[in-house]
Design a binder for this molecule. Structure first.
Ligand code: UCC
Ligand code: FAD
Length: 579
């Protein structure tokens, strides 16, 4: 090429250089932390079971097809009859069959791995998620619905539904929706729910209402909320008036949906693979009345954990691609992997990603313990506290890490058909649906307040016990010291906050939730690094995690942020606001 007279653009009009694309190899084999974690905690050999997602990128290809061939709504048949048919891609349907065959919901209910069954299930989902074309969304709601039915008692008329939600047979497998949000409120469900349930003479109910967001609307059934009307047509306002309903989504002989009109599919930033609709419910036949918000809370626990699994998985996927790309892309005369600053950037993402994974898996561990009947009271408190914490924290982390991940591909990270932008779009929803960051921070406060201190007691004592296991491991001592110090700060904060008005705690809620997440995750990283099979990278990750501000709530308390800032915040936000 360097011969005299060589002109690079005479041979081919577009020049001879083509950048090699990043290659997704085997997501399981290449995930050191996942493999270490499973080796440590699940004694049975399950590795082979995780390999199926790696079959020549087949599943990943279907996932891509779901993205480029999104669902569409056909309102009318050629003869003008209203059919409201949601047409999904071939790949989306294959995801459904695969999910059943692989037991992606069933594993949680078969419990063949005892208290580790949820870890087993969720680690499979963690591998599946980034390739699933967001099929993990209906799976999350399906799992949540099965959990609610199980907790309310599996009896008529939901027996059959339960067995379909938890089956491994594709021809029987059902997915469920979760229809809670109405136009007036998705967070404030108690005020926002206008849907009424009118009792019928046969003991069933007809629902009349408008559900504003319904994901994976091609589901076979749903759980939804409504207010039961009394004989005079009156309903009880607020949370106490809400009941939980089961409804099957079925069609009559003419192919028309029974009791449901699909208004339109949402035009969304991401999650385009998933049909999200606005539905008008009209005369939907229903089963028995449930217990409203508190009954659907079991579903929220499960879907929030699924959300966190997807968040951790998105971070891992972008990192796997980014590090591969760093071995293929040259800039300033050397591969990206040989630029220390680029490696520092990826290493920071790696630390976030490892922390997220351990936090998520620990919550899955607690869920598995509860469901297999071995949970202590401490475990139950921890599960309640950490469910909103892990959801809100990993949702935010995923957006930050995936965004940084896109930048690591330079301009190509912004190019649609690389498949990379979709990862960011899909990550953005993780902090919105299933409870926004603020709403979940308030949920943390609620569970702390309602447990009379027991939840926090469980948190402090378990975190301390994780640290105790690292005493004497000199390499980890800076990390142990940092987490120990942050725990003391957090305890002091709690003592002071207990003497203040509720508004003080409300302002501190988000920082408190972040502190709980960072401190606990630090302890988990330390604990994992102490395991006999741990690697130097595990130690390094723990040290790096613990260098950050682990207790922002203490810092901001000292700055007086929760005592006096309310009106200043509002003035700042509304500076020059035109009313
Ligand atoms: O977004 C949605 C689906 C998206 C697609 C699925 C994706 C899944 C992941 C996929 C990954 C790829 S469905 C919509 C989700 N919507 C929400 O998450 C709503 C967010 N808002 C809240 O969480 C609020 O805090 C509310 C709605 C729960 C607040 O309701 P209330 O009625 O004002 O709250 P109360 O009065 O405090 O609670 C009522 C009862 C109480 O129990 P009882 O009556 O026994 O005293 C609470 O203790 O509900 C109980 N409760 C809970 N229990 C409330 N929250 C919880 C909880 N988190 N856990 C246990
Ligand atoms: P709002 O409640 O209006 O919140 C607006 C802002 O106010 C947020 O930043 C929030 O954090 C903040 N805020 C609210 N209350 C407080 C407070 N007390 N203190 C401080 N800040 C507060 N819902 C379903 O039921 N089923 C579905 O299948 C479903 N699918 C969805 C799919 C997608 C793609 C999306 C984007 C949403 C979906 N949702 C679904 C709805 C979703 O759950 C809600 O949008 C979400 O819970 C937020 O509710 P909202 O939109 O009413 O926001």
């Amino acid at each position: 090429c360097e011969a005299a007279g060589y002109l690079p653009f005479t041979r081919a009009r577009i020049g001879p250089f083509f950048q090699e694309n990043p290659v997704l190899k085997n997501p399981f084999v290449e995930d050191a932390l996942l493999r270490g974690y499973l080796k440590r905690h699940i004694p049975q050999e399950v590795s082979r079971d995780y390999m199926f997602f790696s079959r020549k990128g087949e599943v990943d290809g279907w996932g891509r097809e779901c993205e480029v061939n999104p669902p569409r709504l056909v309102h009318f048949d050629p003869w003008g009859r209203r059919v409201d048919h949601i047409v999904t891609s071939h790949a989306w349907k294959r995801m459904k069959d695969l999910s059943a065959q692989e037991g992606l919901v069933a594993i949680g209910y078969e419990r063949s791995f005892g208290e580790w069954s949820r870890v087993y299930q969720m680690s499979k989902l963690y591998l599946f998620s980034p390739s699933s074309g967001l099929y993990t969304c209906p799976l999350a709601m399906t799992d949540g619905a099965a959990k609610v039915i199980q907790s309310l008692g599996v009896s008529w008329p939901v027996e059959d539904a339960y067995s379909r939600l938890t089956t491994r047979h594709p021809e029987r497998f059902w997915t469920s929706g979760q229809w809670m949000t109405e136009r007036q409120g998705g967070s404030d469900v108690a005020s926002g729910t206008e849907t009424v349930a009118v009792p019928q003479t046969d003991g069933s109910y007809k629902l009349h209402g408008f559900k504003w967001f319904t994901s994976a609307t091609d589901a076979d059934m749903t759980l939804t909320l409504a207010r039961v009307q009394d004989k005079t047509g009156a309903t009880i306002p607020g949370s106490k008036g809400l009941s939980l309903f089961y409804a099957e989504v079925s069609r009559d002989e003419e192919g028309q949906l029974r009791g449901i009109e699909v208004q339109r599919l949402k035009d969304k930033l991401g999650t385009r693979q998933v049909p999200t609709a606005e539905l008008l419910l009209d005369g939907l036949p229903l089963s028995e009345e449930g217990r409203g918000v508190s009954s659907i809370a079991n579903m929220l626990t499960i879907t929030r954990i699924h959300n966190s699994v997807s968040a951790a998985a998105a971070m891992r996927r972008v990192l796997q691609l980014a590090r591969d790309y760093a071995t293929r892309r040259t800039a300033f005369g050397k591969l990206l992997k040989d630029h220390p600053l680029h490696m520092q950037t990826l290493a920071r993402m790696e630390v976030e990603s490892r922390g997220a994974f351990l936090l998520v898996m620990d919550v899955c561990r607690l869920l598995g313990r509860e469901e297999s009947g071995v949970a202590t009271e401490h475990d139950a408190h921890l599960l309640r506290l950490l469910t909103p914490v892990v959801k809100l924290y990993t949702g935010k982390q995923a957006v930050a890490v995936v965004s940084e991940g896109l930048e690591s591909f330079g301009g190509q990270g912004y190019i649609e058909d690389t498949g990379l932008p979709g990862i960011l779009r899909d990550a953005q929803v993780l902090s919105i649906w299933e409870g926004t960051t603020n709403v979940l921070s308030l949920d943390v406060l609620r569970c702390v307040a309602r447990s009379s201190g027991m939840v926090l007691h469980a948190y402090f004592s378990h975190t301390k016990s994780l640290l105790a296991g690292a005493s004497g491991v000199s390499l980890l001592s800076p990390a142990v010291k940092a987490v120990g110090g942050a725990l003391c700060e957090l305890e002091e904060f709690v003592q002071v906050a207990a003497t203040r008005a509720p508004s003080y705690l409300e302002l501190a809620a988000r920082d408190l939730a972040y502190s709980l997440a960072r401190i606990y995750t630090g302890a988990l990283l330390i604990d994992h690094a102490c395991w006999k099979g741990a690697s130097p990278s595990d130690t390094y990750a723990a040290l790096r995690w613990c260098e950050q501000d682990l207790c922002p709530v203490a810092r901001n308390q000292r700055r007086g942020h929760y005592a006096s800032n309310t009106s200043l915040d509002a003035s700042l936000v509304f500076d020059h606001f035109l009313n």
